[in-house]
Unconditional design. Structure first.
Length: 173
């Protein structure tokens, strides 16, 4: 009789513990981490540099077909909205060889900054990003307002960025 009682209690206890662990360890990031990035053009830049303007941070890989499919749309978005204060930073995954990152960015005509995350520090700082593309939309105050893994809806993103640009201009005024 006691053995029959222990099994349901054990299952319940394990469920509670794993549920609490999931809640603790799956908290979404709400603020941009305080890290520096090394860009393919040789610059080293702190995220603090981008404060005051909306920012899209996208983790990508040279072997990710969805990432490559998004690139022309992100270039178009960047070229359209950068003059209004919007920034994009693309962060290549640590397993991507730097020469392949540079080669692909040149081949695709990427105009926004591309960072190398050779040691995986940015990936870890943004919540252990492991899937690509993973993107973070950040407001002018450094708050992460949206996080997306998978293909971005560019039309929806454009609308959201324009809202953030209006808000950031109102905050500055």
């Amino acid at each position: 009789m006691k053995a029959k009682l222990y099994l349901p209690l054990t299952v319940l206890l394990l469920s509670l513990v794993s549920g609490i662990g999931f809640i603790i360890f799956s908290q979404e990031l709400t603020k941009v981490p305080d890290i520096s990035l090394n860009f393919i053009d040789g610059r080293k830049v702190d995220f603090e540099t981008f404060r005051g303007k909306p920012l899209l941070v996208t983790f990508w890989s040279t072997t990710c077909s969805t990432c490559i499919k998004e690139m022309p749309h992100l270039v178009e978005l960047y070229n359209e909205l950068n003059k209004e204060g919007f920034e994009i930073i693309a962060i290549a995954m640590p397993y991507d060889p730097p020469n392949m990152v540079v080669e692909l960015s040149e081949k695709k005509g990427i105009t926004y900054p591309i960072a190398l995350d050779i040691e995986g520090l940015a990936m870890k700082a943004f919540g252990d990003v492991s899937l690509t593309p993973t993107s973070f939309l950040i407001d002018s105050l450094g708050n992460i307002v949206e996080q997306k893994t998978g293909e971005i809806d560019i039309k929806q993103l454009r609308t959201r960025i324009k809202e953030l640009l209006k808000t950031s201009k109102a905050t500055i005024s």
